[in-house]
Design a protein around this ligand. Structure first.
Ligand SMILES: [Ca+2]
Ligand SMILES: [Ca+2]
Length: 134
């Protein structure tokens, strides 16, 4: 119940915050699907880049603490279950943003907080987008 209330609160503020990119509801991704991630950083410039869902992002992230595995999965990296989880467009947008974010931090991150909030519904209610472990 507490998790649900927090989620509803986050969804509420996601509609009032200035958002670059946009909340695409809960849009499922498939194994190995190429996705054009869209996000904005703190300068509010719109950015986009193609990434392959369920694969690792190529190259080195801005913050070495960022787990580049399983792009598009809601939650950090591939998680404890070897990549099983919900894969959605909004979670991909957040992963792409976080890849370039040197100081990322959840819902109130200056660069990726809006992407995080847009992905909160996916994270909580995205069970239709669940893919198995690889
Ligand atoms: Ca969403
Ligand atoms: Ca942003």
């Amino acid at each position: 119940m507490k998790k649900l209330l927090i989620t509803l609160f986050v969804i509420l503020i996601s509609h009032t915050a200035l958002a670059d990119g946009k909340n695409e509801g809960i849009t499922c991704l498939n194994n190995d699907q190429w996705v054009k991630a869209q996000w904005g950083d703190r300068s509010n410039s719109n950015r986009s880049q193609w990434f392959q869902a369920t694969k690792s992002a190529p190259g080195n992230p801005a913050n070495s603490g960022f787990d580049t595995g399983c792009m598009g999965r809601c939650g950090e990296g591939c998680g404890s279950d070897n990549g099983a989880g919900f894969y959605t467009k909004d979670c991909m947008d957040h992963d792409a943003c976080a890849f370039y974010d040197s100081e990322f931090g959840g819902a109130f991150d200056r660069d990726c907080g809006d992407e995080w909030r847009q992905a909160a519904d996916d994270f909580s209610f995205g069970q239709a987008c669940r893919l198995g472990s690889k």
